[in-house]
Design a protein around this ligand. Structure first.
Ligand SMILES: Cc1ncc(COP(=O)(O)O)c(C=O)c1O
Length: 340
């Protein structure tokens, strides 16, 4: 089954599968005190500088731990109305942090200081939750990417008003591949305080890393990590996958490839009458509206998700193992079903 549904539909990159098998030798100390985890922590430090690293099973878990480190129950997390933490995590963040998410409307999935500014009037007012975290997804749920300047502006704004900047980096690799800079330049150097580094969507079997740059957010982190069920007793198997991902910049190669396939898809469908691309394509997702009669016939051959049912918007997503032939086959089918 070929799909353009999600990067979660793809399997595991062979180098990562090999790494899991190689890690399956001998006994190792449990709960992250093993040699492989220590090596991977050092690789994260080599790439990001001073950072406290924790690992999680999934992206929801990484977001919960990160947000718990940064907010108290009377404080709030400002995010977009399309944020994964708001719409796709079954309320897990609010339930676990015991506080409020404040979702704001954006045209393109990106927050700006201007969009957030009106929240400042609540600071110091006992009747309102107190803004404490600005949470962004990089790349965003709409396949767009914050520029370094945009992210820096948000971090400066957050810090000016005693807030933290959190990055949901489930697709940080796609964003950095698009930006063409280093991981550190795209995060720490912009002023990010805490983030998740996604593995699962970029060829790993499972696992994300929580990277805590701001020392103020480190104190309780290990306890929140354990209390939220994200401390893996056999963490070497997550760390081993990340080690393979960082060997010869596999993370960047795979992300650049899936971004390139999204660009190819965009270029091909731009030529088809009746297809409207609704967002800038900057990572591995393409958002489109196509003639209504074509949607179900196309879906009979290829899996994909509706994004905004009200306007008939669809999301097509490429992955590290999408091929040019896959894209071309999909485009041919699209032409056929439009012309029925
Ligand atoms: C932006 C974003 N954050 C986080 C996640 C991680 O979610 P999960 O808990 O399913 O791994 C996803 C997955 O779709 C996502 O798109």
């Amino acid at each position: 089954m070929k799909s353009f549904a999600s990067d979660n539909y793809s399997g595991v990159h062979p180098a990562i599968m090999d790494a899991i098998i190689r890690a399956n030798a001998d006994h190792q100390i449990s709960y992250g005190d093993d040699e492989i985890t220590a090596e991977m922590n050092q690789i994260f430090r080599d790439n990001f500088g001073d950072v406290e690293v924790l690992y999680s099973f999934n992206g929801t878990g990484a977001n919960i731990v990160s947000l718990k480190c940064a907010v108290l129950p009377f404080q709030s997390v400002i995010c977009t109305e399309t944020a994964h933490i708001h719409v796709d995590e079954c309320g897990a963040p609010t339930q676990n942090i015991g506080s409020t998410l404040v979702p704001l409307k954006t045209p393109d999935g990106k927050l700006t200081p201007d969009i957030i500014e009106h929240q400042l009037s609540f600071i110091g007012n006992v009747h309102h939750v107190q803004p404490k975290v600005i949470s962004v997804s990089q790349s965003t749920e709409l396949g767009t990417v914050y520029s370094l300047e945009e992210l820096t502006a948000l971090a400066d704004f957050a810090h000016k008003y005693d807030m933290f900047l959190h990055v949901d980096g489930a697709r940080i690799s796609n964003a950095v591949a698009n930006l063409g800079c280093t991981l550190k330049e795209a995060t720490v150097d912009c002023g990010v305080d805490i983030m998740s580094f996604g593995g699962t969507k970029n060829g790993m079997m499972m696992g994300e890393a929580i990277l805590i740059f701001n020392k103020k957010l480190r104190k309780h982190a290990p306890y929140y990590h354990k209390q939220t069920g994200q401390l893996f007793s056999k963490n070497r198997f997550i760390a081993a996958q990340f080690k393979a991902l960082f060997t010869n910049d596999l993370w960047k190669k795979m992300a650049a490839h899936s971004n390139k396939m999204a660009q190819l898809l965009k270029a091909e469908i731009s030529k088809i009458e009746g297809v409207t691309i609704t967002q800038e394509v900057q990572a591995n997702a393409v958002f489109v509206i196509i003639p209504k009669h074509a949607v179900e016939p196309l879906r009979n051959t290829y899996r994909f998700y509706d994004w905004n049912v009200e306007i008939g918007e669809l999301r097509w997503m490429c992955t590290f193992d999408t091929t040019e032939e896959d894209v071309k086959g999909f485009v041919e089918k699209l032409k056929d079903v439009i012309n029925i």
